[in-house]
Structures are given as structure tokens and as C-alpha cells.
Design a protein around this ligand. Structure first.
Ligand code: DP6
Length: 344
């Protein structure tokens, strides 16, 4: 008898970033974060518990590079966690695929660990609440907890019971903002976000960022709930720069030498960021944010999409043979089971 389920989980884009942890092992963040689930950037994962398997197996479809041993270890550790909750000992065959390139600033670990959690729990018929699934996904990758509930979500760093999970702030239909993602490079980032989190507190500006966080969260959350696009966009952009300031002022020793900080963006990212400021002064209402990679996410209302696309294509064409991948995402539902086979 095999116990199998398939789940799909969206990636999410943070407006208020998770950067820095109170507890590395438990992936407890220093601050709350706010994000939206993405409609067209997801991970689909099947988990099959099979008594005939001798060890856990992981296959990533449409993966161009071999799977890093560290990553498999992290996935198997997560499967162990879930298996231990069920009391079963069967090994798992995990097959997964992303609908977008990984390591370019769209969080594949968010959608990946959310899909893995939901598929494995369904395969083992563990009946967990959304809150419990979110807590469990968080142990795999922090931002994965925000891909469990629907729509716009807030990750509560620590509630009265010392629990940490994401809740739905508003449904996907609450606000039809569009996320235009410009992938300026397909190179995998050099410094993982897990390492970046660890270094965050070494930045002399980290405490300043954390002190300003309650006001930032309150302002952005209410702009989102009230659909105040200008306030929302400004706060999102300020927050992106605050997060990158921390990264850029977190010194580190790498195998190849000492760096004064982590630069996740590339010259092309900066070219787009500067262009956005120009577009805005010309009346086009658009804001940017970037995660731990060079990819630039542009936020606008639906009626501005054609103009924003035309403006991006204009700067793309400033250099011959430059071709950027562009994705357009809307707010989306959270992780869900899409297929089950076999019963315990
Ligand atoms: C910059 O969730 O990838 O995207 O918990 O170590 O897996 P781990 O970190 P991860 O960090 C994401 C950081 C970010 C900001 C965000 O999504 O909030």
C-alpha cells in the first residue's frame, strides 16, 4: 500500500521582509512580515510513502543543475518531522517541479516547503489546521509559512502562546494589484538567504530597522486593507531599501575573501529601480521591491500594466541582445492538495 498526495503551493512576495531570526533552528523571525501569494509562480509536489523504499528519494523536474546535498538534507529532515508526527516509518518518494526558475529572487523555498508540507501531511492523513500547517512549513523555510493561507498574509513572529505562523489578512480578490517580475539574470545567487539572515544582526543598522518595524507594519497593513495604493507602494519600496541596507552592511568572510556586505542586486536591477523613479515622476504609478536576488518586482494596479510593460521593454532594448524574462502575477490562494491516492 502506498500513501500518496500531490499539492500545489504559490510562491509569495513580501512587502515587509523577513530578515533576521530570533532562533535559527526553529526559524523564528525577528519581526512580523507581510506578503502576497503569487498566481503564476508555484511548486507542485507529490509525496508517496512506500514500504518498499529503503531511503527517501527526491527528484526535481525541470531542474538544470544537480540537487545540492545540503538541499536534499533539508528536505529529508522536513519529511522526517512530518513522518514522526504520523507514527509511520515508510520512506518517501518526493517529486517536485517549479513553474518558475529557482534562485533568482522568487522564493522557491517558500512554495517548495509549503507544497511539501501539505502533500506529505495529506499523504499521511494528518489532519492539521491552517495554522498548524503554516507552523510546520515554517520549520522547512521561514517564508513558506506565508504560502499556506490564502491571498495577502501576515506572518505573526510570536503570538501570546509563543507560536509563530501566518494568517490571512485579506483574500486574493480583496485587491487586484499586479506584480510584474523582471528576471534580469538566471544565475543562482551567491549567498543564500539562510546565511544572509544569520548575518543581519551584524549590521550596525539592524536595531534601527527593528525599532521602526511596528510603525512600518501598521502603516503598510492598513494601506493594504484600505487599498491605498500610494501609501502601500511607498512603504513597500522603503522597506525593500531598508532590507537591502541591512544586507549591504552585513560583512562576511567567504571562501574567496572578505566582503563588506551582501549585494543581491545587479547593475540591471539598479537600472530598473532608477527608471521606476523616472516613470513615477512622469505620472506612472509603479513601485519596486527586491528579495535576496537581482530580480525586480514591480507593483502596479491592473490598468497600468500595459504602460509598465512598455516602459520595461524600452529599457531592455537599450542594450542589444538583452532579453529579460518577465512574469505577471496576481494575488492568489495558498497551498492546497490537488490529488490524493491511497489511504492509510
Ligand atoms: C529576502 O524564507 O528563504 O525573501 O527561513 O532561511 O529558508 P529561510 O529563509 P527564507 O528567507 C526569505 C527572505 C526574503 C524576504 C521574505 O521573503 O520575507
Amino acid at each position: 500500500m502506498i500513501f500518496k498526495a500531490t499539492a500545489e503551493a504559490p510562491s509569495n512576495l513580501a512587502f515587509v521582509k523577513y530578515w533576521g531570526k530570533r532562533d535559527n533552528g526553529l526559524r523564528l523571525p525577528t519581526n512580523n512580515s507581510i506578503s502576497v501569494n503569487l498566481s503564476d509562480a508555484s511548486t507542485i509536489t507529490s509525496v508517496e510513502f512506500d514500504p518498499d523504499l529503503k531511503e527517501d528519494k527526491l527528484t526535481i523536474r525541470n531542474n538544470t543543475k544537480p540537487i545540492e546535498p545540503e538541499f536534499s538534507k533539508r528536505v529529508f529532515k522536513h519529511i522526517d518531522r512530518i513522518r514522526n508526527l504520523s507514527g509511520y516509518t515508510h520512506r518517501a518518494n518526493i517529486q517536485t517541479r517549479n513553474t518558475f526558475p529557482s534562485g533568482v529572487g522568487i522564493a522557491s523555498s517558500a512554495s517548495g516547503f509549503a507544497a511539501l508540507t501539505v502533500a506529505a501531511c495529506a499523504a499521511l492523513e494528518l489532519k492539521l489546521s491552517t495554522k498548524e500547517l503554516s507552523e510546520l512549513a515554517r520549520l522547512g523555510s521561514g517564508s513558506a509559512c506565508r504560502s499556506i493561507p490564502d491571498g495577502f498574509t501576515e506572518w505573526i513572529a510570536c503570538d501570546e502562546e509563543q507560536r509563530s505562523y501566518a494568517i490571512e489578512l485579506a483574500s486574493p480578490s480583496h485587491w487586484d494589484i499586479q506584480i510584474i517580475t523582471v528576471i534580469v539574470s538566471n544565475q543562482t545567487k551567491q549567498i543564500s538567504s539562510t546565511i544572509g539572515h544569520d548575518l543581519a544582526k551584524t549590521s550596525p543598522f539592524f536595531q534601527t530597522r527593528i525599532s521602526a518595524m511596528p510603525v512600518r507594519l501598521e502603516t503598510l497593513r492598513s494601506a493594504l486593507l484600505e487599498r491605498e495604493f500610494q501609501i502601500f507602494g511607498r512603504q513597500t519600496e522603503l522597506e525593500a531599501i531598508s532590507f537591502h541596507t541591512i544586507a549591504m552592511t552585513s560583512p562576511m568572510q567567504t571562501a574567496s575573501g572578505w566582503n563588506s556586505g551582501i549585494y543581491y542586486w545587479l547593475p540591471e536591477s539598479l537600472e530598473i529601480m532608477l527608471a521606476v523613479q523616472n516613470w513615477r515622476s512622469g505620472g506612472l504609478e509603479v513601485y519596486f521591491t527586491l528579495d535576496a536576488g537581482p530580480t525586480v518586482h514591480l507593483l502596479c494596479l491592473r490598468n497600468a500594466v500595459p504602460q509598465v510593460l512598455a516602459a520595461i521593454h524600452e529599457i531592455e532594448s537599450r542594450q542589444i541582445e538583452r532579453k529579460w524574462d518577465i512574469l505577471i502575477n496576481s494575488p492568489a490562494k495558498g497551498a492546497r492538495v490537488i490529488k490524493t491516492e491511497g489511504n492509510l
